[in-house]
Ligand binder design. Structure first.
Ligand SMILES: *Cc1c(COP(=O)(O)O)cnc(C)c1O
Length: 376
């Protein structure tokens, strides 16, 4: 029986900065500026700069960053927004809550990213936006996105909730489109001590509109120019995120290095049906998740493999087991099984292996040896 390996271990990142986090929290409590306080402004500026854009607007969660962000970009009822069927449900919720009509499309099997050819075929007279999801920490090609958007006059809105500081073709996540949405859910590459989110944009008007929307639709106190909501990133969360942000590049490098070890050690198992999701962006991939596909050549089915690993104390996950178009709460959208074969196949085949900054080589060897033993 080997050593156990957790799926995520946040204590590795928090232990060395525990004192700093506590001091940051104490200073917010001392100042008492809990809502729209100083640390929020500081974090918004710092995170936007890290993403290579001018403005950041902190909100309560990533879902709100998408829902309000699309509105801030001028997307409204009657507009269609194209998004992939294989994403976390919050992407779809964000589109629906913006008032727009979601149009789901299939993904590529090897990269698990939105199929941009399928996206192009789905463009119609009402299509206003394309919403790429930088899934698992890998960006959708900025060049291909921009070609598509220019050819069809579309707004690009990035779901970068899994891709903090990811890069591809010289561009950073959140800087490709009109705006990008981030989540600071605790287990994301940059996570708070609770929920949080942010819209980043290079467009001053979009940023201004977003600030209004998150604050009761009020550009000034008690003057409500539209139906906004209450969705501000807590100053406490911002203070903690300010402490963590300088460490993010090193944490992302640690994830990318862990992924390289997995790639190398798993390579001999390819003929036995263990196929990592393809990395087309090298060190720009920030590996929020390390995902493999268990294909038909594998002598074991996924559930059995997962159970065998679990029995050895190796935690795995499935991101995600049901594609958006087949979720029970979304039948009214009118999609049917078989409509997006790649998304559906991925849901059946994928397995997420342990991944977090600080995951070390012996742990990765333990995971790969356990997989090799299970399927041999
Ligand atoms: C986490 C996540 C979200 C939502 O963020 P929350 O902060 O949980 O609301 C949206 N899209 C993707 C792809 C995510 O992984």
């Amino acid at each position: 029986m080997g050593v156990s390996v957790p799926f995520v271990d946040l204590s590795v990142q928090h232990a060395p900065i525990e004192d700093e986090i506590e001091r940051a929290i104490a200073s917010v409590v001392e100042r008492g500026d809990f809502v729209l306080g100083r640390a929020l402004g500081e974090f918004e500026a710092a995170f936007a700069r890290a993403c290579g854009v001018e403005y950041g607007v902190g909100v309560a969660c990533g879902t709100d960053a998408i829902a309000l962000g699309l509105q801030a970009c001028g997307i409204k009822a009657g507009d269609e927004v194209i998004l992939p069927a294989n994403t976390f449900i919050a992407t779809l919720i964000g589109v629906l809550r913006s008032g727009a009509t979601p149009v789901l499309v299939d993904c590529e099997l090897d990269t698990a990213e939105i199929d941009l050819d399928a996206a192009e075929r789905a463009i119609g007279p009402q299509t206003r936006g394309i919403l790429p999801v930088h899934l698992y920490g890998q960006m959708v090609s900025p060049e291909r996105l921009q070609q598509l958007a220019i050819a069809h006059n579309l707004v690009i809105f990035e779901d970068a909730a899994q891709a903090h500081l990811a890069e591809r073709e010289g561009k950073k996540a959140g800087s490709v489109g009109l705006a990008g949405a981030f989540s600071f859910y605790p287990s994301k590459n940059l996570g708070g001590i609770g929920d949080g989110g942010m819209l980043v944009t290079g467009d001053r008007e979009v940023a201004q509109k977003m600030r209004t929307l998150r604050n009761y639709g009020a550009p000034q106190k008690y003057r409500h120019v539209e139906i906004g909501t209450n969705s501000r990133l807590d100053t406490l969360q911002a203070a903690v995120l300010n402490v963590k942000l300088p460490h993010l590049p090193a944490w992302n490098r640690s994830r990318n290095a862990a992924a390289s070890h997995y790639d190398r050690l798993l390579a001999p198992l390819r003929d036995l049906g263990i196929v990592p999701i393809l990395n087309q962006s090298g060190t720009g991939h920030v590996y929020h998740l390390y995902v493999i596909r268990i294909d038909d050549r594998c002598p074991l089915d996924r559930q059995t493999l997962q159970d065998k690993l679990e029995a050895q104390g190796i935690q795995t996950g499935i991101h995600y087991p049901i594609p958006c178009h087949l979720q029970p709460g979304y039948r009214h959208l009118g999609y049917h099984p078989g409509q997006f074969p790649h998304a559906e196949q991925l849901c059946e085949q994928i397995l997420s292996l342990p991944m977090y900054p600080g995951l070390d080589l012996p742990q990765i060897e333990t995971v790969v040896e356990a997989i090799a033993l299970a399927i041999s």
